[in-house]
Ligand binder design. Sequence first.
Ligand code: OAD
Length: 238
Amino acid sequence: MRSNVDDARDRVLAARSIAVLTGAGVSAESGIPTFRSNGGYWRKFRFEDLATPQAFARDPKFVWAWYEERRRAIAASQPNAGHEALVAMENRTPSFTLITQNVDGLHERAGSRNLIKLHGDIWIVRCMTCGREHEERAALTEFPPKCGCGGILRPGVVWFGESLPAGAMERATDTVRAAEVLIVAGTSAQIYPAAGLIPLALAGGGVVIEINPDRTAFSSEVHFALHGPSAEVLPWLL
Ligand code: OAD
């Protein structure tokens, strides 16, 4: 009997258009904690204290200390076999778009090119006063860091209660509608609007392949629920 993975691989290899939605689980095997699984940030901290505009307004030093700790951990990590498999998939698929909720930049470091970053980028800083933003990879020397204009810099990520970057969700929606296959890897699929891309693909008749060691709210609806770590399962699809 052919396995689920073999059937999923056939769909991937035959597809002319593929969309992929990734979440924190894809970076887990690079040593970056997730948010909601064991050892995840939201098991130890309250997101209300670290990932909202109100938290930053209350205590920018505390919020920045957490982001800087994450930035150093990410800087010391490497993309894993899952990130690399997605680059190989992009190279062989005529139309390929990677939609990520991750802010760590590991997809870019692996070599992914056509990328939609729904939740921003931890390496970008943005001035709360003049609005200018730039990439900043060096270790921070002051908390919170300051802009040349004197304003406070914030991380260039999306916090709870904030809008997604302009146009990102529209592009993601168009991509998922047009894709023959949607691969959903390493996300608990609890945060909207990103998670809404899964029912969108299902409603449009796309084949949906989920990769996650655990079940999610969509596991029983997707065409293939492949239970395992993404650094192992994503390479199997090629
Ligand atoms: P979560 O922490 O909610 O979910 C991570 C998922 O990855 C879980 O379903 C795990 O089972 C799965 N997982 C763990 N290890 C894995 C592995 N090795 N391979 C594959 N999957 C694995 O992270 P996200 O779904 O990304 O937003 O969370 C979405 C958003 O919520 C984040 O972008 C962040 C967070 O709060 C903001 O901060 C705005």
